[in-house]
Design a protein around this ligand. Structure first.
Ligand code: ZN
Length: 217
């Protein structure tokens, strides 16, 4: 049997997840027998192996990108990576200086700071224009979603947005703010988004065609 991390939880079914580092995490109902869990895993083995291989490849490419001579995506372009002796990551012009002692943590620290510095003023500006004022804004790293808005008006943005071109970032912000008017993706919703961003349809199409991959954590 392959290695996996088991998390018993209050749920009715088994769920498997591959972490960005390629580890297998299994969530199971409390008290479920090991035999049943492993039979389930054997059934899904092909899928698991494939996803693990993909995740490991991405994770390796990621640590290579964070070496001198590597690069990271930024506003639709690229920043060169360089090392230096300090602990605080700094971007200067087109170079991202990461602490040699820990480039990975340095990168995530930089990206969360950059996301706040870049996105908060954009959200403020678009809140004024759309008159949709989120109650709260939070930032995260979870892969899979650029942003989300819930019914209570809590806006969540992904730090990885800083890798997109500005017009795509703008689209994500306007899209999420407009969810304060329509919680769905109805024709009315898209009409409102288009009202604020006449290029919305083109941008959305370009985004769905060639989304840059989320950088694994
Ligand atoms: Zn949406």
């Amino acid at each position: 049997m392959i290695e996996y991390c088991l998390i018993p939880s209050r749920r009715k079914t088994l769920a498997i997840q591959i972490t960005p580092q390629g580890e297998l995490v299994v969530r199971c109902p409390i008290g479920m027998e090991k035999e049943r869990i492993e039979a389930f895993l054997r059934e899904k083995m092909e899928w698991i192996m494939e996803k693990q291989a993909e995740a490991r490849k991405r994770s390796e490419a990621f640590s290579q990108a964070l070496q001198p001579g590597g690069s990271v995506p930024y506003l639709g372009g690229k920043l060169e990576v360089a090392f230096y002796g300090e602990r605080i990551p700094i971007r200067y012009l087109q170079t991202l200086y990461l602490p040699q002692s820990n480039p990975v943590d340095g990168f995530f620290l930089w990206r969360s700071q950059e996301a706040r510095a870049l996105l908060l003023p954009m959200v403020t500006e678009w809140s004024i224009r759309t008159r949709c004022y989120p109650l709260d804004i939070s930032f995260g790293n979870a892969a899979g979603r650029w942003g989300s808005m819930n019914q209570q008006g809590f806006l969540r943005l992904n730090n990885a947005l800083v890798q997109l071109p500005l017009e795509q970032i703008q689209y994500v912000i306007v899209h999420e703010l407009c969810h304060m008017l329509f919680m769905d993706h109805s024709a009315d919703f898209h009409r409102v988004v288009r009202f604020f961003l006449p290029e919305a349809d083109r941008i959305r199409k370009e985004m769905s065609r060639g989304l840059p991959p989320f950088i694994p954590q």
